[in-house]
Design a protein around this ligand. Structure first.
Ligand code: UD1
Length: 361
């Protein structure tokens, strides 16, 4: 069986790592990189550090408006799929690359599976929310990372084509964390374990407005320990446009981190402050408290279990939220057991594509 994975943005490379490994010897696996992320620190280092084979094709689409970027991917992926004629297209997560993969596949009547299906923020301002809803509804197979995600899919009438497999990010995180017990990685800027916070901010809703970004940086600047701020290219660009210095107070700006460095920095931090989806979950899996600068989260289990707190409009509450007492210990595993990728491959190998006219559950 020939399976084509389509990836393009940083979090998708992380999800690809355990899938590529699980495919070995079981299926012919090809990787198409849309080129959505192209800086070395945003793309290449992930392939290198996570041992992912180089993409079979890179479309080199690069940055642009949503329409330009998604349209260019759609055209490029159509040609790629015509060339590779896969038995399955595997789309990952919720980026523009995800939506383009699903659309290109269904137009060619190719079966498409969506990894990380069923997540919902219910925030229609987020481009990711549209990407994931549209991809789920186009997909022949929805691979849900959690019970909550599966329940969303069922509610939307997609139950008969949905499978609970767990989260492949758990697979890769556990693997990298365990490797680091053997080969420790240095912390950036020589900070001491449990004497710093780790922060990432990249969403348009947090960076595009000068006033909001200033309030976030001000909140970080006044924290009681150094804050390693890993700077995404959008944050760097918007801060420069707004004339905002990121090197203020407790804030220590650093370049984007590779995956092992990020896991290491999160694990040894006093807490994480982020607007990233993946990092909220990674913090939870590492049992590090997370404060999320967003009005809502797709990863609701992290909040319900006490390990994630949302701060949105009242950014003056940031300091207090970050310094809150240690959350209650839990052995809950809402995101699987670390073997989701094997289940993905088994499911794809055994799945029959559903009749498009069959009634949904
Ligand atoms: C994308 C995803 C988002 C995910 C994030 C992870 C969409 C709609 N959003 O957001 O869900 O959380 O990836 O990082 O797909 N840039 C560079 N170098 C790069 C890549 C981007 O300089 O290698 C700059 C460009 O100025 C670009 C901007 O970053 O315009 C934003 O990149 P883009 O791919 O549009 O979206 P992300 O914000 O990275």
């Amino acid at each position: 069986m020939r399976i084509v994975s389509v990836v393009g943005a940083r979090p998708q490379f992380v999800k690809l790592a355990p899938i590529a490994r699980a495919m070995l010897g079981r299926a012919e696996h090809l990787v198409v990189h849309t080129g959505q992320h192209y800086d070395q620190a945003m793309s290449e280092v992930f392939f290198r550090d996570l041992g992912i084979p180089a993409p079979d094709l890179n479309l080199g689409v690069g940055s642009g408006s949503h329409g330009q970027q998604t349209g260019a991917m759609l055209a490029g992926l159509e040609s790629a799929f015509e060339r590779f004629r896969p038995d399955w297209v595997l789309a990952y997560g919720d980026t523009n690359s995800t939506l383009a993969a699903a659309l290109a596949a269904v137009k060619l009547h190719l079966p498409v599976a969506h990894l990380e299906a069923g997540l919902r923020s219910f925030n229609r301002r987020m481009p990711e929310e549209h990407n994931r809803v549209l991809t789920d509804h186009a997909a022949d197979l929805c691979l849900a990372p959690s019970e909550v995600a599966l329940a969303h899919l069922r509610r939307e009438g997609l139950g008969s084509r949905s499978v609970l497999i767990g989260d492949v990010m758990t697979d890769v995180l556990y693997r990298v964390r365990d490797q680091q017990h053997l080969t420790p990685v240095a912390l950036p800027l020589g900070v001491e374990p449990k004497h710093y916070y780790l922060a990432t901010i990249h969403r348009p809703d947090n960076t595009d407005s000068a006033e909001r970004l200033r309030a976030i940086v001000d909140g970080l600047a006044h924290l009681d320990h150094p804050v390693l701020l890993a700077v995404h290219p959008r944050l760097a660009a918007r801060a420069a446009e707004h004339g905002l210095d990121l090197n203020v107070g407790a804030v220590r700006p650093i370049a984007p981190l590779g995956y092992p460095e990020l896991v290491n920095a999160a694990q040894h931090s006093l807490g994480v402050v982020t607007d990233s989806g993946g990092l909220q979950k990674e913090a939870f899996l590492l049992r590090v408290a997370c404060t999320t600068i967003r009005p809502e989260t797709e990863w609701t289990e992290t909040v319900e279990l006490g390990w994630n707190t949302l701060v949105d409009r009242d950014l003056s509450a940031l300091g207090e939220a970050v310094r809150r007492p240690t959350p209650p210990a839990t052995d809950a595993q809402p995101y699987g057991d670390g073997h989701a990728a094997e289940r993905v491959v088994t499911t794809l190998l055994n799945a029959t594509v559903l009749d498009a006219n069959a009634p949904s559950a």
